[in-house]
Design a protein around this ligand. Structure first.
Ligand code: B12
Ligand code: SF4
Length: 494
């Protein structure tokens, strides 16, 4: 019988808080294969310290190794593929995940990779492992002589037909250290934001039923390892572990969302939980005052919004279909009911002017003034993904994309955030865009909360930088970010 190893390669930096997450994609594939009695194991390079030794040992009697690859994981994923081939040359190496799905041909051309699985991997991996003829497997690409064959894409699957996560497939040490317990109640998103992977890959919205979601939570409630050591279970008031509905968009079908939330309340499944939501959903007929009270009652403590920009022109350009007023309104609603509103922003899109970026900073200012509980992420520099309208604009203004998988590996080797923005030709002042995240993080919030950030650096230096950021924020003066450049040199670990 075939044996499969699924690997999440280490990221190119160390971050202590990666315990907070888990590779949900690999868990979903492993659960599906296991359901069909395929022998499968997960190894997570992000969360298991001895993972390369584990790979060397486990790959010896393995038929297929599946590697999940974001662009930032390419250098490590290439090393892993080499290691697999060195230790078992018969083992088939399959790459899946965001990067191979964007760059199918380029990835499949690489000599270390036997097959690329693009798009969702559950059904495709089962076909591969069951030995179906390669011509007949949808959603794969592979080399045949000098050619790369790209088969027809696979239709998106129906989550209601998929088994619930099998936690026994995740190494125990990962489960015990998890801060955010993932539940996935739907896949994809019906909206059209031009920068987003869901819109680009046309991942339309599909769901599990409310009853399946409740069953998933019941299973989680009964697992001992989801109670933090020395703490009571999150279902009995413990706050150390939290549940995250790791959906792209949990609230699309409000009737289903209400069934889930009411079910949690009625069946004693109340636990601290968080998810993402769109700002314009907080209104009459969708998430109104009555429903937001229920969210709070069921344990919801944080809602995460993609606010993206404070400039109406940019919001229209990226087809976000929200306006800054929706963002302010959503924050007020959340704060009224004691839910933390968290907003992510981006800056530095092709064609975005400095004064448009300043509109984003003004919106952030308005938000933080609403209350200490408001959390801001970013603005992160916009980084282009292939297949989007914005990507075409980036290429048109002269952005040189890497031409091979090895070149991609070289490009991202020392990067934290996917690509070095100083090489983006559409930015006249990349230093300004890069520095904004720090100025918001240390300048927009109180000195106390800025000092409490996880950045590890000498305390006095940190205080000095925080004070400068506070001053810059007050005066909205972000010219010549020399202090940011200097501060970056002193940071020992983020
Ligand atoms: C959860 C998540 C994380 C988690 C953990 C990821 C992990 N692998 O451990 C955390 C928070 C740690 C994280 C970090 C980062 N992330 Co992230 N993350 C996500 C997020 C929001 C959800 C992914 C998810 O779980 N989806 C649900 C599962 C079921 O779907 P899936 O992962 O796509 O998996 C399916 C398919 O892709 C495929 N598949 C996946 N792997 C494999 C492997 C095989 C063998 C096969 C056959 C199929 C297959 O099958 C799966 C099941 O259907 C996505 C956004 C998104 N919508 O995809 C971004 C996303 C993947 N992240 C992204 C980025 C850029 C990052 C960061 C670089 C961000 C940053 N600024 O630091 C960091 C990486 C750290 C670093 N420095 O390298 C980008 C990747 C873009 C790219 N070109 O690669 C995405 C797409 C977000 C975006 N901006 O659009 N991320
Ligand atoms: S609403 Fe969010 S998940 Fe949906 S397309 Fe827009 S950015 Fe992507």
């Amino acid at each position: 019988m075939s044996k499969v190893l699924l690997i999440n390669p280490a990221f190119n930096i160390n971050k202590e808080n990666y315990d907070s997450s888990i590779s949900v994609g690999l868990l979903s594939i492993a659960t599906y294969l296991d359901f069909y009695n395929i022998k499968v194991e997960i190894i997570d390079g992000v969360r298991q310290k001895n993972y390369l030794d584990l790979v060397k040992e486990k790959v010896k009697d393995c038929d297929y190794v599946g590697i999940s690859v974001m662009t930032t994981q390419i250098p490590e994923a290439l090393e892993l593929s080499r290691l697999v081939k060195e230790n078992n040359s018969d083992c088939q190496v399959i790459w899946g995940g965001p990067h191979p799905s964007f760059f199918i041909k380029q990835t499949a051309s690489h000599f270390l990779i036997d097959m690329v699985c693009y798009g969702e991997g559950e059904l495709t991996m089962l076909d591969i492992v069951n030995g179906k003829s390669l011509n007949d497997i949808k959603g794969i690409a592979y080399q045949s002589g000098d050619e790369v064959i790209i088969n027809q894409p696979r239709e998106l699957h129906d989550p209601a037909q998929m088994p619930l996560f099998n936690w026994e497939l995740v190494p125990k040490e990962i489960l015990e250290n998890l801060h955010l317990i993932p539940s996935l109640t739907s896949r994809g998103c019906p909206h059209r934001c031009t920068f987003c992977i869901n819109a680009i890959l046309k991942n339309h919205w599909r769901t599990r039923t409310a009853e399946q979601v409740l069953e998933d939570i019941r299973i989680i409630k009964n697992k001992e390892y989801f109670s933090a050591k020395g703490e009571t279970s999150p279902f009995q008031g413990g706050k150390a572990k939290k549940l995250r509905f790791w959906d792209e968009n949990f609230f699309v079908d409000i009737k289903r969302a209400k069934q889930i939330i009411n079910g949690m309340i009625e069946e004693d499944l109340i636990t601290p939980w968080e998810t993402t939501v769109r700002a314009n959903y907080l209104r009459e007929g969708i998430i109104d005052e009555e429903f937001i009270k229920k969210l709070k009652e069921s344990g919801c403590y944080l809602l995460s919004f993609g606010a993206e920009s404070g400039c109406p022109r940019i919001l229209k350009k990226i087809k976000k279909d929200i306006m800054p007023e929706d963002v302010i309104n959503s924050a007020k609603m959340c704060l009224k009911y004691g839910i933390i509103p968290q907003y992510s922003f981006m800056a530095g899109l092709p064609g975005e002017t400095r004064s448009e970026v300043m509109e984003t900073l003004e919106l952030i200012d308005e938000l933080v003034k609403l209350g200490d509980q408001v959390q801001i992420l970013g603005p992160q520099a916009f980084r282009p993904y292939p297949g989007s309208e914005l990507y075409k604009e980036c290429l048109a203004v002269g952005w040189q994309e890497p031409e091979s998988l090895d070149q991609w590996g070289e490009t991202v080797k020392d990067e934290l955030n996917y690509l070095d923005i100083s090489k983006f030709p559409w930015l006249d002042n990349p230093g300004f865009i890069e520095s904004l995240e720090a100025y918001v993080r240390f300048g927009a919030h109180s000195i106390e909360s800025a000092m409490g950030s996880t950045i590890k650096v000498n305390k006095l230096l940190k205080l000095f930088f925080v004070l400068l950021c506070q001053l810059r924020w007050k005066m909205k003066c972000f010219w010549l970010p020399w202090d940011y450049k200097l501060a970056k040199r002193f940071v020992t670990k983020t």
